[in-house]
Design a protein around this ligand. Structure first.
Ligand SMILES: *Cc1c(COP(=O)(O)O)cnc(C)c1O
Length: 387
C-alpha cells in the first residue's frame, strides 16, 4: 500500500546526507569534546564546525552566539526562564502571543506562578499578531517579547522583522520560536532584529533530540543545566556530538537552496489548498492565505471530527494530524484555533497536512484523490450533515 507522510510539522525524515555526516561520530570518532587528547579534539572540531554552519545559516555575527541544546523545547525554556531570572531587576513583565507552542505557553504559566506578569497578545482571524499590538503592550518593566516565527498548527508567519524593529526601538529583548521556520523560510537574525531564536534539528530533516539557541552578543541567558563547562558554561552536559553534527549538516542543506525548495513546497501547498477547497464543500482554510509556512495546509472540515478523518486517512496510508502532535492525544480543541475565534465544534474538526522537502507532486495528487472520498463517507454517517 502507498504510504504518504504529511505530518512534517510534527517531525521530518532524516536526510541520507545528514545520517552519513553523523555516522563517524556514532562509530570511530567517539571522543569527549572536552578531552584534550586527539580523540576529544576531533569531536570538538566537529561541534565547532556545526556551530559555524548554524551561525552562517542564520547570518549570526559570531559563531559564539550559537548554543546547542537538547531540543527546541529546551531552547524556549532556557530563554524564558533565563531572561526572567537575569533581568528581573529591570522588570517582571513578558509579552507573548496566545498561539505559541506549549513550550513557550506553559513556561510562561510557570513564570506567572513565580511572580512574573505575562501579556498574551490576542490574534486576528488568521492567527496573526501585529507589530502595533506589541508596541502598545510594551511597558517600562517589560523585559522580553517572545513571538513565534511560524505557527506549528495553522502555519501563519508573523511579521517578525517589524516586531523586531519595535522591540529594538523600545530596548526590549526579542525572542522568536523559529522551530517551524528554520530551513523553510529565509531567516537573517541581524536584518530581522532578532535577539534570541530557538530552533530544532528534527523539524528540518535533522535528527531528534538536538536543538540550538541563538543569543545575540551582549545578552546574558543563564544556564538552565549546571555542571560542566560545556557550551561556554551555558549548557552543561557532554555534547550530543553526532546530533550536533547532524543539526549542522541539515541546516546547511536546508538553507543552501532555500529559495528553490521553499518555492517548490509552496507550489505543492497551494495545489493541495486549492484542490481541497475545490473538491470538498463546506471547508474553511485555517491560517493566513498567503503569509504562511511553505509546507502547511490546515482546514476545518465541518460536520465531522478531526480524529475520524485521521483514522480513515491512516487506513489509506496517509499520515496527517489534527492540530499539533503534542495535543493530539487529548480531545481538547486547539488553543490556536480557539484564539483565532473558531467556535468549539469547528475547532475540533481540523485537519493539518504538512509537507517536507521530500514531498512529491504524486503524493499531493494521492491525498487529493483520497480525502474527498473519506470526507464524503464520514459526512454520510454524521447526524450533523444534511448534505
Ligand atoms: C516542535 C516545536 C517545538 C518543540 O521542539 P522539540 O525539539 O520537539 O522540543 C517548539 N516550538 C514549535 C513551534 C515547534 O513546532
Amino acid at each position: 500500500m502507498k504510504r504518504v507522510y504529511m505530518d512534517n510539522a510534527a517531525t521530518t525524515a532524516l536526510k541520507k546526507e545528514v545520517l552519513d555526516a553523523m555516522m563517524p561520530y556514532l562509530t570511530d570518532i567517539y571522543g569527549n569534546p572536552s578531552s584534550l587528547h586527539t580523540f576529544g579534539q576531533e569531536a570538538h572540531k566537529a561541534v565547532e564546525n556545526a556551530r559555524h554552519q548554524v551561525a552562517k545559516a542564520l547570518n549570526a555575527a559570531d559563531d559564539r552566539e550559537i548554543i546547542f541544546t537538547g531540543c527546541g523545547t529546551e531552547s524556549d525554556n532556557m530563554v524564558l526562564l533565563g531572561i526572567a531570572q537575569r533581568y528581573a531587576k529591570k522588570g517582571k513583565h513578558i509579552i507573548t502571543s496566545a498561539v505559541e507552542h506549549h513550550a513557550v505557553l506553559y513556561t510562561c504559566e510557570r513564570l506567572e506562578k513565580m511572580g512574573y506578569e505575562v501579556t498574551y497578545l490576542p490574534v486576528d482571524e488568521y492567527g496573526m499578531v501585529t507589530a502595533a499590538q506589541v508596541s502598545e503592550a510594551i511597558r517600562p518593566d517589560t523585559i522580553l517579547v517572545s513571538i513565534m516565527f511560524g505557527n506549528n498548527e495553522v502555519g501563519t508567519v508573523m511579521p517578525i522583522k517589524r516586531i523586531g524593529e519595535v522591540c529594538r526601538e523600545k530596548g526590549v529583548f526579542f525572542h522568536t520560536d523559529a522551530v517551524q521556520a528554520v530551513g523553510h523560510v529565509h531567516i537573517d537574525v541581524q536584518d530581522m532584529n532578532i535577539d534570541l531564536l530557538s530552533l530544532s534539528a528534527h523539524k528540518f530533516h535533522g535528527p531528534k533530540g538536538v536543538g540550538a539557541l541563538y543569543v545575540k552578543k551582549g545578552i546574558v541567558v543563564p544556564a538552565l543545566l549546571t555542571g560542566g563547562a560545556q557550551e561556554r558554561n551555558k549548557r552543561a552536559g557532554t555534547e550530543n556530538v553526532a546530533g550536533i553534527v547532524g543539526l549542522g549538516k541539515a541546516i546547511e542543506l536546508a538553507c543552501s537552496d532555500i529559495d528553490e525548495s521553499s518555492a517548490r513546497m509552496t507550489h505543492l501547498r497551494d495545489k493541495l489548498m486549492t484542490g481541497i477547497a475545490g473538491s470538498i464543500p463546506e471547508v474553511k482554510l485555517n491560517g493566513h492565505p498567503t503569509e504562511r509556512l511553505p509546507g502547511n495546509v490546515n482546514f476545518s472540515i465541518k460536520y465531522i471530527e478531526g480524529e475520524s478523518i485521521l483514522l480513515m486517512l491512516d487506513i489509506n496510508g496517509i499520515a496527517a494530524s489534527s492540530g499539533s502532535a503534542c495535543t493530539s492525544g487529548s480531545l481538547d480543541p486547539s488553543h490556536v484555533l480557539l484564539a483565532m475565534g473558531l467556535p468549539h465544534e469547528i475547532a475540533h474538526g481540523s485537519l493539518r497536512l504538512t509537507l517536507g522537502d521530500d514531498t512529491t507532486e504524486e503524493e499531493v495528487d494521492y491525498v487529493l484523490e483520497v480525502l474527498p472520498k473519506v470526507v464524503e463517507r464520514l459526512r454520510k454517517m454524521s447526524p450533523l450533515y444534511k448534505g
